[in-house]
Design a binder for this molecule. Structure first.
Ligand SMILES: Nc1ncnc2c1ncn2[C@@H]1O[C@H](COP(=O)(O)OP(=O)(O)O)[C@@H](O)[C@H]1O
Ligand SMILES: Cc1cn([C@H]2C[C@H](O)[C@@H](COP(=O)(O)OP(=O)(O)O)O2)c(=O)[nH]c1=O
Length: 205
């Protein structure tokens, strides 16, 4: 696999989509002609199923498998072919979202849900080359989500506190893959930091 996979992760309202949009417009990033994508995917069979699940009180295990099915489809149809073509792929959310979020939703059902969800992916997923973790206080993130519009069942402070904890422990486990960004900074500062790291990373090879 020749291309590089870069992922954007963080709790709801941490500013991932804002950064993804800025990256698409950034002239230095455009030079690399990256493929921009996201999870959950949009307008696909699996992505639509996930969207329905998020908007209802779906069983947490069923929800995990829907998110995971969407990931498998995303890998097969978009990520793998793009990487094989030597493209840089930038994904707004990816597998770490499953480890962090379902690591919380499944905590009353399984002994160590984060590790279990990780192990479920191990044999077939593609581990990103670089992952940005947009780290922010859940209070600020939820306030931002409120301004954005209708809130989902995941956009609650207590829940997101636990998700944030999972993201931070994932970052600690793999310090070479993760870059933790202070997402409470201004959009300009966040963009500048991310662009700089991506360019450094791509030029390194
Ligand atoms: N650095 C920032 N400072 C202040 N507000 C921001 C910042 N980044 C994004 N926002 C705003 O916060 C809200 C959530 O951002 P968004 O990019 O949709 O987050 P996410 O994709 O991580 O859920 C949006 O209304 C966006 O305009
Ligand atoms: C990809 C993924 C997302 N999610 C959650 C995170 C979000 O609350 C929700 C939808 O993702 P998304 O549309 O990216 O939300 P946002 O723009 O607010 O960050 O699904 C999981 O629980 N597991 C997953 O594997």
């Amino acid at each position: 696999m020749k291309g590089k996979l870069i992922t954007l992760e963080g709790i709801d309202g941490s500013g991932k989509s804002t950064v993804a949009k800025k990256l698409q417009e950034n002239s230095e990033i455009r030079l690399f002609e990256p493929v921009f994508t996201r999870e959950p995917t949009r307008g696909t069979l699996t992505g639509n199923a996930v969207e329905n699940a998020i908007q209802s009180e779906t069983d947490q295990l069923a929800e995990l498998f829907l998110f995971t099915a969407d990931h498998a489809e995303h890998l097969a149809k978009l990520i793998k072919p793009a990487l094989e073509n030597g493209k840089t792929v930038i994904s707004d959310r990816y597998s770490d979202s499953r480890y962090a979020y379902q690591g919380v939703t499944l905590k009353d059902r399984l002994e160590n849900p984060l590790e279990w969800v990780k192990s479920l992916h191990r044999e077939w997923t593609i581990v990103p080359d670089l992952t940005f973790l947009f780290d922010i206080e859940p209070e600020t993130a939820v306030e931002r989500c409120g301004k954005r519009g209708e809130q989902t069942k995941f956009e609650k402070i207590e829940f997101l506190q636990k998700v944030r904890g999972n993201f931070l422990s994932l970052a600690k486990e793999e310090p070479n893959r993760f870059v933790v960004i202070d997402a409470s900074s201004s959009p300009e500062k966040v963009e500048k930091e991310v662009v700089q790291k991506i360019i450094e990373f791509i030029k390194k090879d």
